[in-house]
Design a protein around this ligand. Structure first.
Ligand code: C5P
Length: 230
């Protein structure tokens, strides 16, 4: 296979093993429909079509393993774990040894513009880890026992995915057994000298969490399709 002949691979790991309990749906959110298509299928297609992504690994729960394997024959499908970090870890174990960069993406974020993947890969040539992030536009406060403190939103970021790393750095971070909410946090915690940075994210890369998010994502999707056809 041509892909096995490439010396260094860039691999997207799409984590899709969550139960999506906040959406009050029996079906996990990555398998719900957005404009008639499974949410998972959008990010799979974006990564498969990207010229610099050579392999796509989908991590999903045991009960969906067979159906995901048959729906996405171009991808490697591996079982997830009880937490997102466990699922990422299983995806990392499935990466071939000639993997250079690994891009960890939430299946619950269907709309990922290709230019964000471009920007992450470009920045990874000089950084150890990169993620897209957006600056909040609302006022931000931190609730305290006294009431609340106002935070300076210009110093805050909403961190999205794909979170992108040199494979060995992310593998080593996982091997420490430390826990964190995302890969950027874990690598920062475990590799004090790692050079980590952000690229501008996109509002459409929102994570589908609550049922209203599906309606918002449909509006973003409509705008993306209009742009593509202009
Ligand atoms: O639950 P949350 O919205 O933070 O999940 C983010 C992503 O991580 C989702 O795409 C979800 O499917 C995935 N996940 C996973 N394995 C878990 C929990 C979450 O792959 N055990």
């Amino acid at each position: 296979m041509l892909k096995d002949m490439i010396n260094t691979l860039n691999t997207a790991i799409i984590v899709a093993a969550g139960s999506g309990s906040r959406l009050a749906s029996q079906i996990p959110k990555q398998f719900l429909k957005l404009n008639g298509r499974e949410i998972l299928s959008y990010s799979v297609q974006t990564f498969l079509e990207h010229p610099e992504i050579h392999k796509v690994i989908i991590v999903t729960s045991a009960v969906y393993l067979r159906s995901v394997t048959s729906s996405y024959p171009e991808c490697q499908v591996v079982p997830g774990g009880p937490t997102r970090q466990d699922s990422v870890s299983n995806g990392l174990s499935a990466c071939s040894k000639n993997t250079q960069f690994v891009l960890v993406h939430d299946a619950a974020r269907p709309l990922i513009p290709a230019y964000i993947i471009d920007a992450c890969l470009q920045k990874l040539t000089t950084y150890d880890g990169v993620a897209p992030a957006i600056t909040p536009t609302d006022s931000m406060v931190q609730i305290t026992s006294q009431g609340f403190d106002n935070l300076d939103r210009d110093t805050l970021r909403i961190v999205q995915t794909p979170q992108c790393f040199k494979l060995n750095i992310l593998r080593q971070a996982h091997a420490t057994g430390k826990l964190d909410t995302d890969e950027m946090g874990l690598v920062k915690q475990t590799h004090a000298s790692a050079k980590l940075g952000f690229v501008p994210g996109a509002p459409e890369t929102m994570k589908i969490t609550h049922s209203d998010d599906l309606k918002i994502a449909e509006i973003f999707l409509g705008k993306m399709e209009v742009k593509q056809h202009q």
